[in-house]
Structure formats: C-alpha cells, structure tokens
Design a protein around this ligand. Structure first.
Ligand code: 4AD
Ligand code: MG
Length: 465
C-alpha cells in the first residue's frame, strides 16, 4: 500500500508490512557496510523517514549512490522498528525508483543546511522544501482548521464576503483599484475626471480591506457569523508586521457589547494556541530548537493567563509615567505605536492586554460612541512580542450618531446607504473583531518578519510569482 511518511511513522501500520512511500530526498549517507541511508520527506509531518538501501538493489551503483537533496523517489519495502535514535520506524527498501533528478546539484538553492530567511524569501517557490517552511505551513493549516472548528462548535456561520467591493470598510483610503480600463486611454468626463461608469462594474471598484461591513449584514440576520478570507491594503509601510495581501478572520455577534467581544477574542486565541500545542508538537519542537527557545512555554503561558484589561486613558498614563524613552510621543488623542503596545504587554503586564475605549478621532467611523462623547467602544488585543494582533469594536447601532461620525470622516452617506439600512430596520447592539491571520502565524512560530508567515508575500515593491 502507498502510505504517507506520517502514516509510516505513526505506528498505525504493522511492523513487517510492505509499504510504498513517495517523496523527496533530504540527505543520503553511505555506510562502509555497503548500505545507504536515504532520508525521505513528503511533507506530511516534520520527520523524514529513513530508507535503508542495500547494495543489492539493481540500481544501487548507477542511481542510489548519486541521490542528493531534492531528488524525487518512490521507495517500497518492509517497515521495521528503527534502532536509530529519535525515530520509530525505518523502511528496508526492496526497490527505489528515481522519479525526478535534480539537474544541477551544485546550484540547487535548497542545500541540506540552514539558510537565511532573507535568502529563502528570494526563492519563495522553493522554500516550502525546507524544514522551517514545512513546519510553518503545517502550523498555518492547523490554525486555519482550528479557526473553523472554534466557530462551528459555537454555532457561528461562515460568510464569504466579497473580495471586489465598492465600499471602503475602514474609511482609510488604502484600497487597490480593480479596473479593466486602458491606462493609456482613460475615458474622461468633461471636468477631466476619469469616467468610471464606463469601467467593468459601471463604477469605481476596489479590493476589499475588510469584510466587516458585509458580514454585519449577515450578523443582523444569523446572529453569530464570521468571515475568513483575503484582504488587501495599499499601506505604504515597509514594516515586518504589514502585508499588502493578508488573511483576516472577522467574527460578528448580535445583541452583544464590547465586553462580550473581548471575552470572545480571549477564548478564540486560547483555543487556537491549544490546538497547535496538541496537534503540532513535532513542528513546535523544531521551532523551539531553531527559532525561539521558549516557543512552547510562551504559548502555554498565553493559554493559562487571563488577559488584562486596560482603558486607553490608563494606558497613556502608564506609558507617560514609565520613564521609558519612546521614539513616538505618548499623549491622550494619539494612537499607540508598536513600541508602546509592546511596553504595555511585555514590560508592564507580562501577558496579553486588551486596551479599550480609544479616542473617537483615531478609530474607524463605525465604532460606537461612548457616553463621554470623546471615546469609542474599541478594543485592541496586544500580545507580548508583537503588539496589536486583534482590532475590534462594538458597532454604532444608532443611525443619527453613525451619520454624524461619517460626516466627520468625510464619507459620502449615499455610498454607505446600504450599511445605514441596518440601523433603520431592526437595529441591535452588535460587536466584532478582526484577527490578522499572518500576525497569528508570526506569533505562534516565533517569526520576526510577517513575510515568512504567508506562502507568497505581497508588500510594496514585492509581488513575485
Ligand atoms: O485593526 P484592523 O484594521 O481592523 C479591521 O479591519 C476591522 N474591520 C476588524 C473588525 O472589527 N472586524 O485590522 C484587524 C487586524 C489587525 O489587528 C492586524 O492583526 C491585522 O488585521 N492587520 C494586518 N495584518 C497584516 N498586514 C496588514 N497590513 C494588516 N493590517 C491589519
Ligand atoms: Mg487596528
């Protein structure tokens, strides 16, 4: 039977049984006793399987002794308990068929040694073959599965919100335009402006920055919903925390306030980390060995610690009294920068922090105005080592207040009329948040650059393959 390496090593197959495994060579070592040991990986789990190739194989001299990193092979033989340290079974090969050679082993970019992450970003199409990117990929998958499981278990419905949209969900003007117009020959109105009525959709269209406004529509009918999909931001930031294309998870709950929203965020993150600890011990052990020593204990601590709650006003006072020399100013009314967020969660509290009630002028138009008239029911969840990982809020459910906020942000109420409908027809308090999926992967894998958390990173000046 053809089995995956994961199945072969799992103990689920009776020793002595004949199996076939297929994969790519990691390393080959020849022993003096006329045997070769070929480490074979198929990506199904962290560990490769050791294939023992005896000299009696018909292609031993002609092929096996030329195998190197990256060659594709199919090996058939007996699965036997391994004497070697750190692995359960090995395959005693009766046949090894070489399916694909590596053209020029000397220049093959993925050599069996640690590579720098900078170098691997340049060969993003080959980096999945490394131990590290195999581990990140399986952890990312585990997290995505856990996201859907968490919401499914709690009675949430998954809503597929559009990728092409005409609404700026954040009102921040960071959208990529989607157009089929000929740039060299744009249709113009009399006043010289581009006539988008002649474009594909009959109006200006963009890639979405967030599915939130669209998911609110479903929340106000199905009560508990979430989106999980790609989002796009033309943010010209060359940081290690921003991508132009990233995935976001956005739950939205009806008849709920900010407090319930914060509790959902805490339960959610803990559930995700528990899933990784339970399901990806092999990959996390590697992360702990190679990337970040305390990778596992850090996740465990996150799961065990109750999140701290801090009012934005309190946070500003704490930062001002900290005696710390920050690069950016700290003042009531200014947004918190990553350095401030990290001080709060790392130096001050030592565990995740939910900062609530930000000044209304620095947060999005849809956030609910508090009774003080100068703050909104917003929350950011800050994690040690990274800063903001979740942003959320209770939504403004009062039409007249929403209209005032939109006017203040210079947004055209006609454009958002469909969104205003929810406040006209059976409006209720509701709340939600957005978790940046790659920020989550960065955190779990102890990465320092978000470009390593997604298979094909997109950032200013970077869109290869
Ligand atoms: O704080 P943000 O902008 O909030 C929203 O988009 C709301 N609509 C969410 C909601 O309430 N439904 O983004 C949410 C999260 C951030 O906390 C961050 O983790 C991530 O999305 N994020 C990014 N991740 C990678 N690259 C970027 N450029 C990101 N911008 C935001
Ligand atoms: Mg935010």
């Amino acid at each position: 039977a053809v089995v995956s390496v994961q199945q072969a090593l799992s103990g689920a197959i009776a020793p002595g049984e004949k199996v076939t495994v297929r994969g790519w060579v990691r390393t080959r070592r020849d022993s003096k006793a006329g045997l070769s040991f070929v480490n074979l990986s198929d990506g199904s789990c962290f560990a490769p399987i050791q294939v023992v190739a005896p000299a009696s194989l018909h292609n031993y001299e002609s092929e096996i002794r030329h195998l190197g990193s990256g060659c594709a092979v199919i090996a058939t033989g007996m699965l036997v308990p391994s004497q070697g340290q750190g692995q359960s079974f090995e395959l005693q090969a009766e046949a090894i068929e070489v399916v694909g050679w590596v053209d020029d082993p000397e220049t093959y970019p993925i050599q069996p040694k640690p590579h720098s992450l900078e170098f691997l970003r340049e060969v993003a199409h080959l980096r999945p073959r490394t131990n590290l990117f195999g581990a990140i990929t399986r952890i990312r998958h585990c997290l995505a599965q856990a996201v859907h499981r968490f919401f499914h278990e709690r009675g949430f419905y998954w809503i597929n919100t559009p990728i092409i949209t005409t609404s700026d969900a954040e009102g921040a003007g960071q959208m990529f335009r989607v157009s089929t117009l000929d740039l060299a020959n744009l249709p113009r109105r009399k006043d010289g402006s581009v006539d988008f009525s002649r474009d594909f959709f009959g109006k200006e269209a963009f890639l979405t920055v967030s599915g939130q406004l669209n998911v609110e529509a479903y929340c106000l009918a199905l009560s508990k919903v979430y989106t999980f999909g790609p989002t796009f931001r033309a943010e010209n930031s060359h940081t290690t925390r921003h991508l132009a294309e990233f995935w976001m998870i956005e739950p939205e709950i009806a008849f709920a306030d900010l407090d319930e929203d914060a509790r959902l965020a805490e339960d959610f993150l803990k559930y995700l980390f528990r899933a990784v600890l339970e399901e990806r011990g092999d990959d996390m052990a590697f992360i702990a060995e190679r990337v970040q020593k305390d990778a596992i204990s850090r996740l465990q601590a996150f799961v065990d610690a109750p999140f701290e709650r801090l009012d934005y006003g309190e946070a500003v006072e704490l930062l001002q009294k900290s005696g710390e020399k920050f690069e950016f100013p700290v003042e009531w009314g200014l947004d918190l920068q990553t350095e401030h967020e990290r001080w709060l969660t790392e130096k001050h509290v030592g565990r995740p922090v939910v900062v609530t009630n930000y000044p209304e002028q620095i947060k999005a138009f849809y956030m609910r105005l508090n009774d003080d008239g100068r703050t909104v029911a917003a929350m950011d969840v800050l994690a040690p080592g990274i800063g903001e990982i979740i942003g959320g809020s209770q939504r403004e459910e009062r039409l007249e207040v929403l209209d005032r906020r939109m006017a203040q942000f210079g947004l055209d109420p006609v454009q958002y009329d469909w969104y205003r409908d929810f406040r006209r027809y059976g409006t209720v308090p509701h709340a939600g948040f957005g978790l940046g999926f790659e920020r989550l992967v960065v955190y779990v894998c102890g990465l320092t650059n978000i470009r390593d958390a997604i298979p094909y990173p997109r950032a200013p000046g970077l869109a290869t393959f």
